[in-house]
Design a binder for this molecule. Structure first.
Ligand code: SF4
Ligand code: SF4
Length: 238
C-alpha cells in the first residue's frame, strides 16, 4: 500500500488502522513498505479525505502478503480467501478430522508483530520432521516448494504477513511428538505463534485431546473458535 505524498494533508486518520504499525505521521503520512503486510485496512477503513491512499501493483512475491493478510484476497492456487480452511477457522463439517485424529492449526504471527516466512518455514520444518502432511488446500501450503519437508519457496522467505496458518492432522498418539517439536522451535523464531487443536468428542462426551495436552503440560483454552461438529456434518464416519 502507498500514500500519495502530494495529496496527503496529514489528517492523522490512517495510522491507527494499521495492524502492524507501518504508517508513520510527520508532515505527511508514510507507509514503511518493509513492514506493510498489504492487509488493505488503511485503504478500506481510514476514509482518507483526499483519497491519498492507493494500492500499488502487487506482483509476486509481494502479492503473498495480500493473500494471507487481506481477507478479501483470494489465493489463486487454492481459491480460498484468508489464511486457513473453514475446518480450522470456524466449523469442521467435511469430516476431515476422523475419530482418533487431531486437527492442528499453527497460527504464526499476530497483529502488531506479524511474521516473516523465514520463521513460518522454521516452524513448518520442525513439525515436518514428525512426518506430518500439510493440508493441500490451505493457502500457506501452496507457498511451500517442498511440503514434505516444510521448505518454502526461496523468494518468499523475506516476505511477511500479519499471520500465516499451517494446517495438518495427526493421530492423537502423535500429538506429544508434534508438541515437543514446537517447544523446541519456539526460542528459534522472531515471532509469536499459537496452536489450535481440534478433535471429536467421544460418545461419552469426553474430549480425548485434553489428556494429551495435560500430559504435555500445555496450557489450553477449551472454548476455541473451531466448533467441531456444531454445524451439519456433510459426511458420516463408517
Ligand atoms: S495495507 Fe495494512 S499493513 Fe499496509 S499500511 Fe495499510 S493498514 Fe498497514
Ligand atoms: S488519511 Fe489520508 S490525508 Fe489523512 S494522514 Fe492518512 S493518507 Fe494522509
Amino acid at each position: 500500500m502507498q500514500i500519495d505524498q502530494d495529496l496527503c494533508i496529514a489528517c492523522g486518520q490512517c495510522p491507527p488502522y494499521c495492524p502492524v504499525e507501518a504508517i508513520t505521521l510527520d508532515d505527511t503520512a508514510e507507509i514503511d513498505l518493509e513492514e506493510c503486510a498489504e492487509c488493505g485496512c488503511c485503504l478500506r477503513c481510514a476514509d482518507c479525505p483526499v483519497d491519498a491512499i492507493f494500492q500499488q501493483d502487487l506482483s509476486y512475491p509481494r502479492s503473498v502478503r495480500s493473500i494471507l493478510s487481506d481477507p478479501l484476497t483470494i489465493a489463486a492456487e487454492s481459491g480460498i480467501s484468508g489464511r486457513g480452511t473453514e475446518e480450522m477457522k470456524t466449523n469442521e463439517v467435511t469430516g476431515r478430522f476422523k475419530s482418533g485424529q487431531v486437527g492442528i492449526g499453527i497460527e504464526v504471527g499476530r497483529p502488531v508483530t506479524g511474521a516473516r516466512f523465514r520463521d513460518v518455514e522454521k516452524i513448518a520444518q520442525a513439525v515436518a520432521a514428525s512426518g506430518v502432511e500439510f493440508e493441500t488446500v490451505n493457502p500457506t501450503t501452496s507457498l511451500m516448494s517442498d511440503p514434505s519437508s516444510g521448505k518454502f519457496k526461496e523468494e518468499l522467505l523475506d516476505e511477511r504477513a500479519i499471520s500465516a496458518i499451517l494446517e495438518f492432522s495427526v493421530s492423537l498418539e502423535s500429538l506429544p511428538d508434534v508438541l515437543e517439536k514446537l517447544k523446541n522451535v519456539e526460542g528459534k523464531v522472531d515471532c509469536v505463534f499459537t496452536v489450535c487443536v481440534a478433535c471429536k468428542a467421544d460418545e461419552d462426551e469426553n474430549v480425548p485431546v485434553y489428556d494429551y495436552l495435560n500430559e504435555a503440560g500445555v496450557w489450553y483454552a477449551p472454548n476455541g473458535k473451531t466448533n467441531v461438529g456444531l454445524g451439519r456434518p456433510l459426511v458420516k464416519e463408517a
